[in-house]
Ligand binder design. Sequence first.
Ligand SMILES: *Cc1c(COP(=O)(O)O)cnc(C)c1O
Length: 219
Amino acid sequence: MELQERLNEVRSHIAAAERQAGRPDGAVQLVAVSKTFDAAAIRPAISAGQRVFGENRVQESQGKWPELKAETPGIELHLIGPLQSNKAVDAVALFDVIETIDREKIARAIADEMKRQGKTVRLYVQVNTGLEPQKAGIAPDDTAAFVDLCRKELGLSIEGLMCIPPADENPGPHFALLAKLAKKAGVEKLSMGMSSDYEIAVAFGATSVRVGSAIFGAR
Ligand SMILES: *Cc1c(COP(=O)(O)O)cnc(C)c1O
């Protein structure tokens, strides 16, 4: 199958899941996760009309996205991988959305950097819904207070929450938990669902799904 066919298939599965959940057409944004693929492999997705992309490494992204963004206006680039504060300068410069804010130090670094560069980046807080020690993200119980701190103390506007459920668990309860935490924290957007479970995520209220291998192929 060609990339364009796989992309169309994912789009139609999202549309079907929206209908089945009684949600409006286009309620869910597709973030095409292009990590590990080079500019030549990404261009066909851009040609097929895809404009929203996700990457998990700042340095890898710097090697392809400045060029791709210069070629096509209107690209929206999401950082979906862990962020170190020494990369805040580059992350703020290149990305339009950072989905992995999960501790005060990184929130402060991003706040300072946005001021310095005069650029606003849209922000999500990552939640470690499975409390996995190896995984980034704030603990579910600390989410509302952390969002509050970002808003009141750092002046950041937090647009949504993001999660990556444990690989070996039924994702539904994790998606439900993220939706509940968002309501409690007064946050509107939910970034949840990947190639293996994005239709389930749509049923649980995802406003964006992050799909990589189902579009670009195995990594
Ligand atoms: C790689 C990645 C994805 C996409 O995973 P696929 O299974 O290839 O769809 C989604 N979210 C995050 C945070 C990722 O790192």
